[in-house]
Design a protein around this ligand. Sequence first.
Ligand SMILES: Cc1cc2nc3c(=O)[nH]c(=O)nc-3n(C[C@H](O)[C@H](O)[C@H](O)COP(=O)(O)OP(=O)(O)OC[C@H]3O[C@@H](n4cnc5c(N)ncnc54)[C@H](O)[C@@H]3O)c2cc1C
Length: 338
Amino acid sequence: MPHDITDVTIIGGGPTGLFAAFYAGMRGITARVVDALPELGGQLLALYPEKYIFDVAGIPQILAKDLVRGLVEQAKRFQPSFHLNQRVVALEEDGAGFALVTETDRFPSRSIVVAAGIGAFSPRRLPQPTAERWYGRGIFDRVTDPERFRGQRVLIIGGGDSAFDWAQQLLNRAAELTLVHRSDRFRAHGATVAAVQDAASTGRARVLTFHELADVHGDSNLLRAVTLKDVKTKMLRELDVDVILPMLGFVSDIGPLGAWGLRVESDEIVVTSSMETGRTGVWAAGDITTYPGKLKLIATGFAEAAIAVNQAVHWIYPEKKVAPGHSSNMAIFGQKDD
Ligand SMILES: Cc1cc2nc3c(=O)[nH]c(=O)nc-3n(C[C@H](O)[C@H](O)[C@H](O)COP(=O)(O)OP(=O)(O)OC[C@H]3O[C@@H](n4cnc5c(N)ncnc54)[C@H](O)[C@@H]3O)c2cc1C
């Protein structure tokens, strides 16, 4: 599908990409955001929407999903366009500028900001072939609203943070809650593990260690039960469930970024202090970047987004300064001067 040219195209709609979109608008250039996921928010919405974040400056405590909501609202002030479910597959360049190519679209752009985090990521799927047909109809590997599972018999598979976080969230919502893990070593936060184990000791949940999913059973469109296997004794047992939540982590892939002439080491883009990537017209920011002393934090991504966008602004329009000035003084926000 053809699109108009924008000044900057931002790869990634995580916190860094969203703040970059705001910043582009504040500097008076046009922006679009392209993301492989169906929703904006990057890791915050895909991996930990219900977790509190405590280290964003000026915000003492905020749910990840609420921080995303604020970032989207802030960015929308300048009407960037958002293109979701679009995995970037190529970057082309001619005399007039770049064209960022996804599986379906082509986005002409004067500059690029790569805010691709850990790459395009998708949940690791259950290896059992019988599970495949139940995805979206009883098996859900992403949870955005725990209320959806109120009153249901829920099986969670996994031993990491996501498995235990959702187990804790569903303790008082699910009719029955079972957590199954292949070993007795959990990679989750100790306090969450303790809360779920405590619930198990009082009969409000079941934690089955050294167990794995062996089979999934259902009638026409309704998931009904699972067979679980004890990995030590090989004994099988059947358990009635309505919902399976596999929390097996994510697989991520930086994909074509490695072939664009950027300085890439260990799936990260090596940037200068100006967020330069080694390719003229392409800057990077956020978790995807590396340099001595790099911290992979939301706060770092915000600062890097501002640096990258200001560099792009000056490169596209040399008459515009790199230094943005102070927002508190900007006419664009209805303040006195620019
Ligand atoms: C469980 C957990 C808790 C955390 N808690 C905190 C915390 O308390 N405080 C803190 O500061 N940080 C925390 N972090 C880290 C924080 O989430 C990251 O630093 C932050 O998400 C980085 O933002 P980003 O926008 O750079 O990348 P991401 O959030 O990873 O977003 C990148 C986006 O780029 C998209 N993308 C990638 N490749 C492509 C492609 N080829 N085509 C299209 N789209 C693509 C992805 O789909 C993704 O949406 C936590 C992380 C985790 C996993």
